[in-house]
Design a protein around this ligand. Structure first.
Ligand code: ATP
Ligand code: MG
Length: 449
């Protein structure tokens, strides 16, 4: 009995490390070559015909097994990046931490990476906390499988044989709805703290429970996120927020007490009752749009996440006697710069965020020419959607939102009748004031439904 138990434990403890991988035939897993993207198939065929090993690997096979549409396709090969590049007309090598090749086939981009060796002290450079900095030592498929994060992500599909090669019982874990880390979770989080975020995101996306062994250390290790470069953190946050499961992901992060370490921008927000309602509404709205296949703009999303920080900052400035308009712009800049230290919000997205915020006070002016000018703003629709979220969260009156909807729909003649009487002296003041550049930018990727 005990011997049987021990055998079982040992089999689990060293999954696939020395044993041969399982070879799962198409009759069992059901993914035919016709089910995978033409481009990914083509990349594998070209590489195989040139004498290299090549497999579709990672998220795509995992997603197909649970009947989800893969977002993108990754190929793993025994060819080096240079060898890959030489085989394709439209291919370029990118990345520093991991050198990979982007191969374009028609409209599709396939990410091709060379099998990597295990990470150990002699082949890997790390920072003081054990985070892997460079990792470009090539290895074989077996080693490559050990280096991937979760068992469900270490499935290799060969489109020519339609076999899945499964080194770590990933197919079984997927069936049992478990997200299991390959190797010791603590060590793997230390190597790359972003794996904590990936655990939460993939668990939510695939409806998998994070294996307790992988889940437990997250709380105590969350502070390691501090060492992740801001640009990478921003990419991962964006993936999480735009995954279509943002509400589920953030609920999970919060349950784990993780939002403190992981998401500096959420620290404060989730603790303010009004801000919390606003953020939650915005995330629900985003998930809904993703599920309907509508575009979601990161600028809009981050504008909502940070809005209540801006409000608090703005109110404090006004209370100190600063003028309304400049105070808003100062507040916007301060909030963005504080968040930017931890989370490298790209300049483009920061511009989009500011455009949306800067439009908000302009919705309050319902007299004179101002409403007509606001309607012409390219970001009007995104600004109005934002205004509506503010009303839905209870921050402002819905009457204002409805007024703008009616105003936008009305004919020119009707619009004149809807205007409030001009405040005395406004016209003169406007003439004297220098025209501020329009609050809306030239780009039009708003949230228009
Ligand atoms: P999705 O594309 O749905 O976001 P994914 O798992 O495919 O999920 P990618 O970032 O495309 O995520 O990564 C492709 C594969 O590379 C993963 O499936 C995994 O095998 C491996 N991988 C990605 N990030 C890591 C990481 N931080 N540590 C170890 N392996 C990783
Ligand atoms: Mg992927």
């Amino acid at each position: 009995m005990i011997r049987k138990l021990l055998r079982k434990v040992f089999r689990r403890a060293a999954p696939g490390s020395d044993s041969a991988p399982a070879l799962i035939p198409v009759q069992t897993h059901g993914i035919t070559a016709a089910d995978v993207s033409h481009a990914a198939r083509k990349v594998c065929t070209v590489l195989q015909e040139a004498g290299f090993q090549a497999f579709i690997v990672g998220g795509a096979i995992r997603d197909l097994l649970v009947d989800q549409t893969p977002k993108d396709y990754d190929v793993a090969t025994s060819a080096t990046p240079e060898e890959v590049r030489r085989l394709f007309r439209r291919a370029r090598i990118i990345g520093r931490r991991f050198r990979i090749v982007h191969v374009m086939i028609g409209q599709e981009m396939i990410e091709v990476s060379t099998f990597r060796a295990l990470q150990d002290a002699s082949t890997t450079s790390t920072d003081a906390h054990g985070r892997v900095l460079h990792d470009n030592v090539f290895g074989n498929q077996h080693e490559d499988a050990l280096r991937r994060d979760f068992t469900v992500n270490a499935l290799y599909y060969d489109p020519s044989t339609e076999h899945i090669i499964d080194y770590h019982h990933g197919v079984a874990d997927l069936q049992q709805k478990t997200l299991r880390m390959i190797g010791d979770p603590k060590l793997r989080y230390r190597e790359d703290p972003v794996r904590m975020l990936r655990a939460v995101r993939l668990g939510a996306k695939l409806g998998l429970a994070i294996d307790p062994v992988a889940r437990r250390p997250i709380r105590e290790m969350a502070e390691l996120m501090d060492n992740v470069p801001a640009a990478r953190l921003f990419d991962e946050m964006l993936k999480l927020l735009l995954s279509g499961h943002a509400v589920k992901c953030l609920t999970e992060l919060r349950e784990q007490g993780l939002h403190h370490g992981l998401l500096p921008l959420l620290d404060v927000i989730l603790e303010q009752p009004m801000g919390e309602r606003f953020v939650w509404l915005s995330l629900e709205n985003t998930d809904q749009r993703v599920s309907e296949g509508k575009p979601v703009s990161p600028g809009f999303l981050f504008a909502t996440l940070l809005w209540h920080e801006v409000l608090v900052n703005w109110e404090a400035r006004k209370a100190r006697g600063e003028h309304t308009h400049p105070a808003l712009f100062e507040a916007m800049d301060e909030v963005l710069s504080v968040q930017g230290e931890k989370l490298a919000i790209t300049r483009r997205i920061a511009g989009d965020i500011k455009d949306i915020w800067a439009l908000q006070p302009r919705f309050e002016k319902r007299a004179g020419k101002a409403p007509f000018r606001l309607l012409e703003q390219p970001r009007y629709r995104a600004g109005w959607d934002f205004l509506r979220l503010r009303a839905q969260s209870g921050e402002i009156d819905m009457e204002l939102v409805d007024w703008w909807a009616n105003f936008a729909d009305a004919s020119g003649h009707e619009r004149e009748g809807m205007l409030s009487p001009a405040e005395p002296g406004t016209a003169k003041r406007r003439r004297r004031r220098r025209r501020r550049p329009a609050g809306g930018g030239a780009r039009g990727n708003g949230e228009a439904s």
